[in-house]
Design a protein around this ligand. Structure first.
Ligand SMILES: [Zn+2]
Length: 239
């Protein structure tokens, strides 16, 4: 992505909400960081060679679009009603970086039915790796699936939660099917080559409103509601 294209994407993603966020868990040896999640993600991803949709979603290997018609793209609920998601963290991360990652994942535990657990021998799991940029697949892909958290730029509480939300099956607010009811996309300002990043998608909005805070808040009220709704629904329909 060229700097100008990503700047445009950044401006449009930010809309009027590009407010700085007080990070809850920066690297241990640094002072708490004032960071805008979207800015940091897109800046980090400028160096990536991956094909990234909407700025930070890896194009799927097995599906021809970032879309999910079946329950296969969601993680399974166990008999206790919790959704366990096994993960590993690359040894390239330092102990304190790993701690930031684990803290961010544990942030889901108190508010949602998701439980990130260290992988034993599960086939489907998330592998946190130190590649160029911060990005993730959409939903469960099957087998080992990478979440990239570049050590120098992505190991922040809010960014980690943002990328893991994608891996749980959530996309960006600005591409949801009813976004035109809430925001205006300034197409004239978008490089035609980048316009696909703003295509509306078939999304399950779960009777929840457009979440303007999703850009600046890592795990918003509506995120929590949707995670629990989505996975409760699958409990009822699939088990
Ligand atoms: Zn994203």
């Amino acid at each position: 992505m060229t700097p100008s294209a990503s700047l445009l994407l950044l401006l449009l993603l930010g809309l009027s909400q590009a407010l700085p966020l007080q990070e809850e868990g920066g690297k241990e040896d640094e002072a708490p960081d004032i960071v805008d999640i979207t800015t940091r993600i897109l800046t980090s991803n400028e160096g990536s060679d991956e094909i990234l949709l909407e700025g930070d979603l890896l194009a799927p290997r097995t599906r021809n679009a970032i879309i999910c018609y079946t329950q296969n793209c969601f993680w399974k609920k166990n008999s206790s009603g919790l959704v366990t998601v096994p993960f590993t963290v690359s040894r390239e991360f330092t102990r304190s970086e790993k701690q930031v990652i684990v803290n961010a994942l544990q942030g889901f535990h108190s508010k949602t039915c998701i439980r990130f657990v260290p992988r034993n021998n599960e086939i489907d799991y998330i592998s946190v790796e130190n590649k160029v940029g911060c990005y993730s697949y959409f939903g469960k892909v099957g087998g080992r699936q990478m979440v990239s958290l570049q050590r120098q730029s992505c190991v922040y509480y809010g960014i980690i939660q943002h990328e893991f939300k994608h891996a749980l099956g959530f996309r960006h607010e600005h591409t949801r099917s009813d976004r035109d009811d809430y925001v205006k996309i300034n197409w004239a300002n978008i490089d035609p080559q980048m316009a696909y990043n703003f295509d509306k998608q078939v999304t399950n909005n779960q009777n929840t409103p457009y979440d303007y805070t999703s850009i600046i808040q890592s795990l918003s009220y509506w995120d929590i509601t949707r995670i629990n709704k989505l996975y409760s629904y699958y409990k009822l329909s699939s088990l």
